[in-house]
Every structure is written in structure tokens, then in C-alpha cells.
Design a binder for this molecule. Sequence first.
Ligand code: SAM
Ligand code: SF4
Ligand code: SF4
Length: 331
Amino acid sequence: MRDRFDRPLRDLRISVTDRCNFRCRYCMPRERFGEQHTFLPRRALLSFEEIERFVSACLPLGLSKVRITGGEPLLRPGVPALVQRLSTLGVETALTTNASLLRDQAPLLADSGLDRVTVSLDAIDPQTHASMADCTIPVETVLEGIEAALENDLGPVKVNCVVQRGVNESEVPALVGHFQGTGVIVRFIEYMDVGRTNGWSPGQVVHSMDLLKELQREFDFVPIEGESPSDVATRWAHSDGSGEIGFISSVSEPFCGDCVRARLSADGHLFTCLFASGGHDLRAIIHDGGAIDELTDAIAAVWSRRTDRYSEMRSSETSSLPRIEMSYIGG
Ligand code: SAM
Ligand code: SF4
Ligand code: SF4
């Protein structure tokens, strides 16, 4: 089953909550996600059983990977139980987390069959971390979470760092140095115009090639071949074999042509693009609990009409369209 541009559905990101204990300024700025913000009520969230049905319904369409995300997924109680249900279906399972709760949950997650963990970390420097994440959870807690992931073999562990001009560029070599030789792969992500609350402007984006040039003054890197065309990162290895880094250049080198990814919000809306103006409300059919084939047909109907390629078309015209927030749709 392919969309209008011949792209299969291989990868599903599942948001299990829209809440978070961080307020990263580029994702959930406190002015917009403060006390007054209305999050999804508990009763609106898909149950783990419903998420499992949804994933089962995607299998005949070619789905092979799921990533549990949010909001902060580990705030939702019982994520290891969800992972266990999904791994039993035979899909590869991954988790994206801010790692604030990972130290305690890593052993249970490992037992549940989780294949991989990605931790978001934008700075090693405590002050820069505190001001970017706008929270009181210290960077040490995140680093302990990463350690716990390594100790429990939740690998290969990746660290994602969103780079913002004038905010954390100086953290880039520090992160590379910190994780060199540890087996952790650090990937630098171009700051994206997701949602409508972060005040994004093109001038805040640091292009991956400029970052690489800067890094090459200090480190010696050699390019590595990507594993598959749908790999979103370009990969570079330390020439002495002490590890690798990656760049996700969603702004300067969009990869819509190979985008095989769908997103399911915590309350059962299916999104076919990170920059979608709206989702497809599949709640009725998910809650219905009827035959799985009906759900498969509904997902196939959405996917087969898909024409998204926002990043390739990014312009002043597209940037004025409404866009869903990343904490809701699942990053
Ligand atoms: N809370 C979890 C975390 O931070 O890992 C999972 C959800 S978060 C929305 C997923 C990823 O989206 C994080 O790695 C975050 O850095 C990234 N992200 C959020 N807003 C972004 C933006 N405007 N541009 C690029 N990446 C962004
Ligand atoms: Fe929370 Fe993740 Fe968004 Fe930061 S990036 S505010 S940790 S959901
Ligand atoms: Fe996929 Fe949309 Fe991102 Fe393009 S902009 S890579 S279609 S999610």
C-alpha cells in the first residue's frame, strides 16, 4: 500500500500523552503551555489495548517500526506494559524521551522488549540545559537516564540535540566530546517550524553542513553510508573508530521523498505529516472494538490519499498555514 508519491507506511509514532514535565522553549513555551493550558483529559487517551489494535491494523499495510513518544511518554504510567504488547506483535519498538524518568524505568523497559531509546538533550552545560528545557530537573538526571539505558542494553542509544542559533551552538562540540567513546550516537537536528507557538524564524536554524564544518576543526570525521533510503540522518564516524554522530537536516535538506512515517495522537487522530494542519479522527472506529479489517481499511484510505511534502515546499505561503503542536502529534 503506497501513498500518492509511492511511499509505503513503515513507521508509526505513537503519542501516549500530550503532557510534559519540561517546557522546552522550542516545543512547549511556558507562556503558551502554562497553568491555563488545557491538556487532554485522561479519559480521552487511547487505552493500551486500543493502541495495540491500531498497530495490529497497520501490520497488513507494511508497518515495521513503532516509536512511543509524546509529550513525555514516561509520564504515562505503564509504558513498559505497552511496549511488551507491541513487541509481541513483531514490530521494532523504540522510545523517545527527555530521560527525566529513565533511570528508574530502564530495567522494566529492557524487560518489556524495547529495542531502542532516543534521549533528547540539547546541552551539557547545566545553565544552558535549564534555560532551554525551562525546568528544574537537572542535566545530571538526564545523563543518569542515558547511563541507565546503556547499562540495560537499550541500544544503540541515541541522543537528539536541536540546535538553535545563538542558544546552544557552543554545546555541539561539548556533546560530541562527552559521548565520544561511549557508544551513544549524538544527532544534531535543525530547528524546525513545527506548531505555531515557538516563534520560529529561518535565522534561528543552523544548517547541518555549517555545523559539520565547525566540528571538523576539532574532530576528524569520515562519512558512513546510510542503512536505508528512509534513514533521516546523514552519518559520520570518528576516524579513530571511537563512535559516530549524525545530522538531521529537515530544513536545509528535506527528505519528504522517502518519508514513510505516520503519527497517532494520544486521543486517536492519525497525522500523515509533522506539519499537518489537521489529523484524521479515527476515534470512533478505534473505540468501536469491531473487526480489525475495518480499521486497516480506514488507515489505508487515509494513507493512500497522502500527498504531504511540507518540508520540500516550505515557503512564506506554507508557513502561514495552521499547524499542530509537536507535543500533541508526537515528535
Ligand atoms: N518529550 C520527549 C523528548 O523530548 O524526547 C518526546 C517528545 S519530543 C516532542 C520529541 C522530539 O522532538 C525531541 O527530540 C525534541 O527535541 C524534538 N522537537 C520538538 N520541537 C522541535 C522543533 N521545533 N524542531 C526540532 N525538533 C523539535
Ligand atoms: Fe517536553 Fe519533549 Fe517537548 Fe521538551 S521536546 S517540551 S521534553 S515534549
Ligand atoms: Fe514527512 Fe511531512 Fe516531514 Fe516531509 S515534512 S519528511 S512529509 S513529516
